[in-house]
Design a protein around this ligand. Structure first.
Ligand SMILES: *Cc1c(COP(=O)(O)O)cnc(C)c1O
Length: 472
C-alpha cells in the first residue's frame, strides 16, 4: 500500500520524522501478532524464535540473507481457507511462492493449485501434484505450455484470448483430446490497490473484456468448439485487497454473463472463479479480514447475485496466494553498515544497510510496498528511532523497509527480520548485480529443512560462456 509522507513536526533529537501512518510503538521489542507467523516469539534472552528455531542459530546454519517459512503456520492457514470456504474449491496461487516441498504441503492440505508458466507447471508435476487439480493461467501461453498441460490432463485451462482458443483447438486436434476451459474476463472493477497490481480495469493485458462484448464472443466460441468444454467464467480483480466491494461488482458482472449465456444457449454454466488478491498485514496499520469473514461475505454476494439473475449457485472457486504463504514467511538479514544521513534542515535519517535488497524483495521498488522489521538477535532498551532498511544494490530505490521504528542502538552484526515475506519475495527474486538468490528453509518443531538451497556464485557463473572455465 502507498502511504503519504509528510514533513510533520521535527523531533527534538532531529532524527527523521515518521510518516503519518506509522505510530511510535510503546515497546519497540514487542512483536505485533498479525504481522508474524503463528509460532514466532522472543526467547527469554530476546532472540526471535520461529518453528522452535532461534534466528541466531538459523543465521549460523544457513547464512543470511535467507527466507524462513513456518510450516505449521502455512498448513494452518491453508486449513483456515479450506474450511472457511468449505463447499468451494480453493486453488493456491503458485506464483506467490512454489517449490517441490511446498507443492506437497498444498496437496497434503487438500488445496488445488494454480500455475501460470511452464516452470511452475513442471514443478507441480514433478512434485507429484495431481494434474486434475491444477489450473493453468497465462495471457500468452506457448504451444509448449499448452501441449504439456493437455498431455498431462491439467484440470482446467483459463483461456485469456481468442488467439489462445485457436492455438488450443489446433493442439487438441493434434493430440486428439479435449480441454476443460474457463474464460478469463475483465469486469472493469478497479481494485483499491496500487495501479500495477489492479488487473480488472479495462486498459490492461488480461482476459476478455465484458464491456466490449469480447467475453460473450469468447464463451460462444468455446461452447461451439468440439474440442473445448466450457466450464465457466474466471475473474481476478487485483491483489492486496482488503474488502469485498470489488468482488461484489465482479460477481454481478460475471453472473450477468452467465445469464446472457443462458439466454442464448439455454445452458447454465457450472463454474465461477473469483480469483485471488486477498490482502495481508505488512505493517501494523494493515487490517485484513479473516478467511471466515471473507467467506461469509463472498458467499452472501454470490447467493444474492444468483438470486437476482434467477441462476442456480454455480460451483465457485477462489485463488489465494499471498494470504496463505505471505504471513508464513520472514526474511532474515544481517546489518553491515549504519549510516546517519543528513537529509537537510538539521534532520538525520538512520540508514541500516543489510546484506540483501531489491534482488530478494522487489516489491518496495516495484509497488512502493511498505514492510515492517524487527531486531531479531536481541532486544534493546534504546530509544525507538525511525530507520530505513536498505540493501546492497546500486540503486537509490534499493529499499526494503522505507520507515520503521527500530532501536537507536542497532549495530553491525545485528539480525533484522522482515515479516510477511513469504509471498512474492523469493518468487520475484532476481540476480541483479550478480547476486545469488537466498535459500528458502522451512522450520517446524525445532527442525530446519532446505526447501530451495542458496544459489552459489558458481551457479551463476556456469551460465557465462565468456569465462574460461565454460569455454567449449
Ligand atoms: C496473482 C493471481 C492470484 C493470486 O493473487 P494473491 O494476491 O497472491 O492472492 C490469483 N489468481 C490469479 C489469476 C492471479 O493472477
Amino acid at each position: 500500500m502507498t502511504h503519504m509522507h509528510v514533513a510533520g513536526s521535527i523531533h527534538a533529537d532531529v532524527t527523521a520524522p515518521a510518516p503519518v501512518w506509522l505510530t511510535r510503538p510503546e515497546d519497540v521489542n514487542a512483536l505485533t501478532p498479525k504481522l508474524w507467523s503463528r509460532t514466532v516469539h522472543r526467547d527469554e534472552d530476546g532472540v526471535i524464535q520461529v518453528g522452535g528455531v532461534r534466528l541466531t542459530d538459523l543465521a549460523e546454519q544457513v547464512g543470511t540473507p535467507a527466507y524462513i517459512l513456518d510450516e505449521d503456520d502455512f498448513r494452518a492457514r491453508a486449513q483456515d481457507w479450506r474450511s472457511a470456504f468449505a463447499g468451494w474449491t480453493v486453488y493456491y496461487a503458485g506464483k506467490s511462492f512454489l517449490c517441490g516441498a511446498l507443492a506437497r504441503w498444498v496437496d497434503e492440505e487438500g488445496l488445488n493449485l494454480d500455475v501460470c508458466s511452464l516452470g511452475e507447471l513442471t514443478v507441480a508435476l514433478r512434485a507429484g501434484f495431481a494434474p486434475s487439480r491444477i489450473g493453468m493461467h497465462g495471457n500468452n501461453k506457448s504451444e509448449t505450455e499448452l501441449r504439456l498441460a493437455l498431455q498431462q490432463g491439467v484440470g482446467r485451462i483459463i483461456v485469456d484470448s481468442s488467439d489462445e482458443i485457436t492455438r488450443l483447438e489446433a493442439l487438441c486436434d493434434e493430440l486428439a483430446t479435449t480441454a476443460n476451459v474457463m474464460i478469463r474476463v475483465t469486469t472493469g472493477v478497479e481494485a483499491h490497490t496500487h495501479e500495477y497490481i489492479a488487473t480488472a480495469h479495462e486498459d490492461q493485458k488480461f482476459g476478455f473484456s465484458i464491456n466490449g462484448g469480447q467475453a460473450l464472443v469468447g464463451m460462444f466460441r468455446c461452447h461451439h468448439s468440439p474440442r473445448l468444454n466450457l466450464l465457466g467464467v474466471h475473474s481476478h480483480i487485483g491483489s492486496q485487497i482488503f474488502d469485498t466491494n470489488g468482488f461484489e461488482v465482479a460477481a454481478r458482472r460475471t453472473l450477468k454473463l452467465f445469464s446472457q449465456f443462458r439466454e442464448a444457449t439455454g445452458i447454465e454454466l457450472a463454474e465461477l472463479d473469483l480469483g485471488g488478491g486477498f490482502g495481508i498485514a505488512y505493517t501494523k496499520e494493515d487490517d485484513p479480514a479473516s478467511a471466515d469473514e471473507l467467506a461469509r461475505g463472498l458467499r452472501d454476494i454470490v447467493e444474492h447475485e444468483c438470486r437476482a439473475f434467477g441462476l442456480a449457485v454455480p460451483a465457485v472457486s477462489i485463488e489465494p496466494g499471498r494470504a496463505i504463504v505471505g504471513p508464513a514467511g520472514l526474511a532474515l538479514y544481517r546489518v553491515g553498515t549504519v549510516k546517519p544521513v543528513d537529509v537537510g534542515g538539521g534532520v538525520t535519517r538512520r540508514y541500516l544497510s543489510v546484506d540483501g535488497g531489491m534482488s530478494d524483495n522487489i516489491r518496495p521498488a516495484l509497488y512502493a510496498a511498505e514492510y515492517s522489521a524487527a531486531l531479531a538477535s536481541r532486544t534493546s532498551t534504546a530509544e525507538a528511532v525511525v530507520s530505513r532498511v536498505v540493501g546492497v544494490h546500486c540503486e537509490g530505490g534499493d529499499i526494503l523497509v522505507r520507515d520503521e521504528f527500530l532501536p537507536a542502538d542497532v549495530r553491525i552484526g545485528d539480525l533484522l527480520a522482515v515479516p510477511a515475506s513469504g509471498a512474492y519475495s523469493r518468487s520475484m527474486a532476481s540476480n541483479y548485480n550478480h547476486t545469488p538468490r537466498p535459500p528458502v528453509v522451512s522450520v517446524r518443531d525445532g527442525k530446519v529443512r532446505t526447501m530451495l538451497r542458496r544459489e552459489t556464485l558458481d551457479d551463476l557463473l556456469s551460465l557465462d560462456a565468456g569465462l574460461a572455465e565454460n569455454e567449449e
